[in-house]
Write a protein that binds this ligand. Structure first.
Ligand code: PLP
Length: 433
């Protein structure tokens, strides 16, 4: 064991570790560990380095920013990077209306602030999120999160006025229906049951939804569901918060995943890939909401750090110039084709899904019962690492293998990684369960 892994004993085990290796360097989609081993990276640091590790153009922008000004606090005085990032955000988030933005440090912080804005403006208490969702680990974000273990265990009491409704997880429909013939019973439930039994709509400040659940196992909400949710929000004056922390920045083949549905959310939360690995997050959306926030009610010491902003400005520039959304679509088709083959060949693969370069497969012991193949999922991750590929799992039952490569990954490397996934599936399929 290397010295750094030994030192990890000093870190609280509350910060979990998926792969027991120490990474020393990264170059685009390749990571090098302390023993000199190389790995193809299908994690992107959990959907963060969409433009690859060590991207030289971003590095140059960061170095320049470091030389000029590395901290000020936006509440002290204005500086270019912050307002330039907000300018790019309001240009790119969907919606044909006047928009505003504000910058923060992490995805959870963006989520908290979006809910703050919704509550402040509507003067209503309730925030409604979805089962199987993930919105972060701070208290409100944790309360919004729709999975108990491991995120919420023994952390009660949670902030009040947070409710959950079923997510349209069609492979495991909570209503036993099958899509698309279901008539969106899950939405009917919200309108006819939830509003009557739990919270009336005039008490709801916001719905917050991931258009594709990330930690929940890359579960896309059907576009019709998102459109229906939009109309429910319109009807009742509820703020529609689109959590794009994991789906944003071209990963799904659009700048923001919600664009696939044509829905314009009221507020969008972003983080992760916004600055390609430097800590930066944001809320952007309707000026009519964000202009209502009193001075001093938003912001933080580090939120919108100049170095992180310089990285983000470069991210926007490269994504547009190199049409990364188009590239994500093309690579996504390639991945989808291979996943389709895996589905045909391996009984273990119960479902394949996703959009763009945000793809996953769900492992089951038996396709009829859909019993989650949890052990097998962990084995795939281990086998893959031994073969030089880093993967992540996800899902309500931790039985989903998610593929999260940088959008800049070379096609040859992507194929090599997918070949490795295939070998692992072959190997694990042979083992008695
Ligand atoms: C959809 C979503 N929202 C919020 C968060 C929280 O982001 P952070 O870990 O930066 O606080 C995550 C993190 O995985 C996420 O996937």
């Amino acid at each position: 064991m290397d010295r750094f892994l030994e030192l990890r004993r000093l870190v609280s085990p509350g910060v979990a570790l998926v792969h027991p290796i120490t990474i020393m360097r990264g170059e685009n989609a390749v990571l090098m560990d302390s023993e000199g081993r190389r790995y193809i990276d299908f994690t992107s640091g959990i959907g963060v380095v969409n433009l690859g590790h060590g991207n030289p153009e971003i590095g140059e922008a960061v170095e320049k920013a470091l030389k000029n000004l590395w901290h000020l606090c936006f509440m002290v005085a204005n500086y270019p990077g912050y307002v330039e990032v907000v300018e790019k955000l309001v240009e790119t988030v969907p919606g044909d209306f006047e928009k505003r933005g504000a910058l923060f440090n992490s995805g959870a912080e963006a989520v908290e602030n979006a809910v703050k804005i919704a509550r402040h403006v509507t003067k209503r208490p309730y925030a409604v999120s979805f089962e199987n969702s993930f919105h972060g680990r701070t208290y409100l974000a944790m309360a919004l999160t729709g999975k108990y273990e491991p995120y919420k265990v023994d952390f009660e009491p949670f902030p009040s006025a947070v409710e959950h409704v079923p997510f349209p997880y069609c492979y495991r429909c909570p209503f036993g229906q099958s899509y698309p013939g279901c008539g969106l019973e899950c939405m009917d439930y919200v309108k006819k049951h939830f509003f009557k039994t739990r919270v009336p709509p005039h008490k709801i400040a916001c719905f917050i939804i991931e258009p594709i659940q990330g930690e929940g196992g890359f579960v896309p909400a059907p576009p019709e569901y998102l459109r229906e949710l939009r109309s429910v929000c319109d009807e009742h004056g509820i703020v529609f918060i689109d959590d794009e922390v994991q789906t944003g920045f071209c990963r799904t083949g659009r700048f923001y995943a919600i664009e696939h549905s044509g829905v314009a959310p009221d507020l969008v939360t972003v983080g992760k890939a916004l600055a390609n690995g430097l800590p930066l997050s944001a809320v952007a959306g309707k000026a009519s909401l964000m202009d209502n926030m009193p001075p001093g009610s938003l912001g933080s010491t580090f939120g919108g750090n100049p170095v992180a902003c310089a990285a983000a400005v470069k991210v926007f520039e490269i994504m547009k110039r190199d049409d990364l959304a188009g590239r994500a679509m093309r690579l996504g088709e390639l991945i989808a084709e291979r996943l389709g083959e895996f589905f045909e060949r391996f009984e273990l693969v119960g479902d394949v899904r996703g959009l763009g370069v945000m793809r996953a497969f769900e492992l089951v012991k038996d396709r009829r019962s859909k019993e989650p193949a949890v052990k097998e999922t962990s084995m795939i991750l281990e086998h893959a690492r031994r073969r030089g590929l880093l993967l992540l799992k996800a899902g309500l039952y931790s039985n989903v293998v998610r593929l999260h490569p940088p959008l800049t990954i070379e096609e040859e490397l992507l194929n090599k990684g997918l070949d490795t996934v295939e070998e692992c599936l072959k190997e694990v399929s042979k083992q008695p369960s």
